[in-house]
Design a protein around this ligand. Structure first.
Ligand code: CTP
Ligand code: MG
Length: 181
């Protein structure tokens, strides 16, 4: 596979994992997942991780996987050959995994005494990628192996932090987020 195809597959396959956290920013609010509870004097997760944000975000990512499948049906055969179709398991793994990765990072940030919203470079940009990789690897191992070849994984790890920085700056500029990270 050439470089352009590798990047195309990386972006395509990760789209259902890119959307959930951004949708959560818009949809978030309401009851925090941790119910407001603390552990060793620190919030378990904090008010930034809500049920509504998580469910709507994951649902949006899964919905996007379905929409991408429809798009793919109308593409040229050789494009279809390169871009993978999303199975239900892959869609759930990517979308829900992205949210879970972000939630686990939030848990760790609280343990290290970082306030809600504190920036942790690279963790903030890649937590959801690892969550998506792990859950997709568990739920759809064959799909994962065929889609995320080593060059595609490298492309994801390089391109994602760049995209994440740009979209978060945009969300901040539009006053959707209170911090630019
Ligand atoms: N959000 C949500 N549920 C999630 C993730 C995000 O409701 N599972 C919403 C919250 O309103 C959150 C906003 O999206 O404040 C931005 O998300 P993020 O930057 O991940 O959270 P932070 O507020 O920075 O909190 P933390 O420090 O715990 O990551
Ligand atoms: Mg944050």
């Amino acid at each position: 596979m050439g470089l352009v195809a590798v990047i195309a597959v990386a972006l395509w396959a990760m789209l259902p994992a890119y959307i959930p956290n951004n949708v959560a920013v818009i949809a978030g609010g309401g009851k925090p997942i941790d119910g407001g509870y603390e552990w060793h004097g620190r919030r378990i997760l904090g008010d930034g991780k809500t049920w509504r944000g998580t469910l709507v975000g994951a649902g949006a990512g899964l919905g996007l996987a379905g929409v991408l499948n429809l798009f793919r049906d109308s593409m040229l055969t050789y494009v279809q050959f390169v871009l993978p179709e999303f199975s239900l398991e892959a869609g759930i793994g990517l979308a829900l995994g992205a949210m879970v990765g972000d939630i686990i990072a939030s848990f760790l940030k609280r343990r290290f005494d970082h306030e809600r919203g504190a920036a942790v470079p690279l963790v903030d940009q890649l937590d959801f990628v690892f969550g998506a990789f792990v859950l997709t690897g568990i739920l759809a191992p064959d799909w994962f192996g065929e889609t995320f070849t080593l060059p595609v994984i490298v492309a994801v790890l390089v391109v994602t932090p760049l995209l994440h920085v740009v979209t978060n700056l945009l969300a901040y500029a539009l006053s959707l987020k209170s911090e630019p990270w």
